[in-house]
Design a protein around this ligand. Sequence first.
Ligand code: PMV
Length: 360
Amino acid sequence: MTQEEFVPKAYTNTVLEGTVKWKSPSNIALVKYWGKKENQIPANPSISFTLDACATTTSVTYKKLDKKGTSFSFDLFFEGKPKEDFKPKIETFLARIEEYLPFLKEYHFKIETSNSFPHSSGIASSASGMSALALCLMSLEKELNPSLTTVFFNDKASFLARLGSGSACRSIEGPLVQWGNHANTEGSTDLFGIKYPNDVHSVFKNYHDTILLVDKGQKQVSSTVGHNLMHDHPFAKERFAQAHTNLDDLQTVFKEGNLKRFVEIVESEALTLHAMMMTSMPYFILMKPNTLQIINKIWEFRAINKSNICFTLDAGANVHVLYPESEKEQVYQFIKDELVAYCENEQYLCDRIGLGAKQL
Ligand code: PMV
């Protein structure tokens, strides 16, 4: 697939007005995407669990204009209220995808969006938000051209979401999505996320992710700044190569259900992401003291109880606690008894692996 294949030919239908609505989940990377080339092309392949509960619901009401505009025409509502400060991000997104959706200036859009997780929880909403919007716009394209296949629809939705926020391309489908060229994954591409195509052991089919909200503040380093730190980074080359090797190893882990090795790869990936930020120029420490407290508690609990609990991190202080269904009672009790105390206002979100976005 090339990006030119996402540029549509003339549409067969005329559509004057309507509303489309999608609920799209967040995702948590196991092998991290950190570093990119132009046009949100990843410097290395990544893979994520699609989440279920943490999601954005977006509806787009569209009305055809009498005449194609010279700029994008849209109103934006977040949780029921007009949200002017989100508009520039959407404007940039629309400009990036206009080539692939040439009807965008022919409509006025009312975009209404809300998140299932609390605002300013420190949970990035860009993956769920951008994927939900991309899906709504694809639904309009499908009305203009009903012959689009489901495979093309999902691939293009992921392709468009990627142009909004890289990791958003992994939020269309589930339960495991891989993005980025990887020699040993058939069909993998830098252009969009694909459903992980190989065997997955049943232990991974209902994995849990409890997100401990250690720091609910604004991100200390934006993703854009963070990715850019990988340019001229002294360890970038080795890191990008390591992501390929970790993906190779995870393929065996997914097939065989080897949780001990899963834990090693996932935690190493999280710490490597943070190590990259600590060793860039300028450098950042995105963990907080409570992040480390939690990590140490998890290690202690795992050793004592012979558990398969593990953690992963995004580019921030919050901790994702991952564990299999068979350990859910024991781990949940541990989280409540020992870890919640390290969360801001004792807040955490219970999530699990999910199957992807849904049209409402
Ligand atoms: O999608 P972005 O540009 O916000 O990048 C997200 C990168 C990480 O969340 C840190 C890792 C990942 O692969 O999701």
